[in-house]
Design a protein around this ligand. Structure first.
Ligand code: FAQ
Length: 311
């Protein structure tokens, strides 16, 4: 049975206009957005960990400054997204608690380890590349605050993708050992990057409704294909190969065919059984606990200001 939708909400969607926080909206629409935006925000801040591990080990001062800025950008993206979720009535505290207790998810990709410096390049090139393909259409998402947050985030992700490409380009054109390091990183990150787009369309429980509501503009498989088509020529430009013997141009489809994805791996990682799920959450909870004094100080300051204003 189709959920009851207010006429004003239907009219906004029909005119392809944005739904704003004070507009009437179905409760299920609100809950779907909170779920997706919160997961997205959680991904941004958990995503700081794999690369953050390399800040102190970056190969030069220049690389270190760039990586530091990139990881800070991810924190900023998390903040815009939590703020967008707050406009729907979900508090920051409640969202972080859902992350820490495993009631809300974050992207599967951040449960894989960063074993070498080349992984920082592979994350920028492939993970940020996948993020852009997924997120550019979200700039036209039906919910205004999410769509607007996405515009700036996408611009920053484009810079991130280029810095990853440049790291890999440097390694791929360096010594044979450096080339091998770049190739090894790409071999490990390729399949997990394809999994970022989610389950195949016929197994994606939310896609149909989210597309009807203009939250998602394209299906998981459509975006995955777009990512493959964009990335194959870039791999050639890097002088690196993608670890898929079935990857080949299909002139009839005007797209690259690619091998079957092992979705059992995606489901295992989503369930909590990826290589580093427990470590990522433990690290996040620890950071949150160690940061308690900052939140207390901010609340005390706010209480003081309110009291002063009331005088
Ligand atoms: N990992 O029915 P669907 C970044 C869950 S980029 C974990 O297809 P939906 C930038 C899904 O939530 C990464 N869980 O779901 C960066 C649902 O579970 P639920 C973040 C996944 O929502 C780069 C269930 O499976 N980007 O952070 C995954 O229609 C470098 C069924 O799936 C976004 O979040 C997965 N890969 O489509 C940062 C983009 N796939 O909620 C640092 C916004 C699916 O019922 C460094 N999100 N699930 O418990 C989206 O576009 C969508 O939510 C999808 C999933 C496409 C991810």
């Amino acid at each position: 049975e189709a959920p009851r939708e207010p006429d004003s909400f239907r009219a906004l969607l029909a005119a392809d206009e944005r739904v704003e926080p004070r507009d009437e909206m179905p409760e299920t629409y609100r809950r779907t957005l909170i779920r997706q935006i919160a997961q997205h925000a959680h991904s941004e801040i958990i995503g700081m960990q794999p690369e953050g591990e390399w800040i102190s080990r970056a190969p030069s001062l220049r690389r270190k400054a760039i990586l530091l800025a990139k990881v800070q950008d991810e924190a900023g993206h998390g903040l815009y997204l939590y703020a967008a979720a707050e406009t729907l009535g979900a508090s920051r505290e409640e969202l972080l608690d859902a992350l820490h207790t495993g009631r809300q998810k974050y992207s599967s990709i951040f449960n894989y380890p960063t074993l070498s410096w080349a992984d920082v390049g592979a994350i920028g090139w492939l993970v940020d590349g996948a993020a852009i393909v997924n997120q550019v259409p979200l700039c036209r998402c039906s919910f205004g605050p999410y769509a607007r947050a996405m515009v700036r985030i996408c611009k920053e992700e484009s810079f991130h993708q280029r810095q990853g490409f440049e790291i890999l380009h440097t390694l791929a054109h360096g010594t044979p050992e450096q080339h091998a390091m770049a190739q090894d990183a790409v071999d490990r990150w390729w399949w997990p990057s394809l999994m970022m787009f989610g389950p195949p369309d016929d197994a994606s429980e939310h896609s149909q409704q989210s597309m009807a509501w203009g939250i998602k503009r394209f299906s998981n498989d459509e975006l995955r294909q777009r990512f493959v088509d964009m990335t194959v020529p870039q791999a050639e430009a890097l002088g690196l190969t993608l670890p898929d013997p079935d990857l080949r141009w299909n002139p009839e489809r005007g797209s690259f065919d690619f091998g079957a994805i092992d979705f059992s791996e995606l489901y295992a990682v989503i369930r909590g059984d990826g290589p580093l799920n427990r470590q990522r959450i433990a690290h996040r909870v620890g950071a949150h606990e160690r940061g308690a004094w900052v939140r207390e100080a901010a609340s005390a300051y706010e209480a003081k200001r309110t009291a002063r204003r009331a005088e």
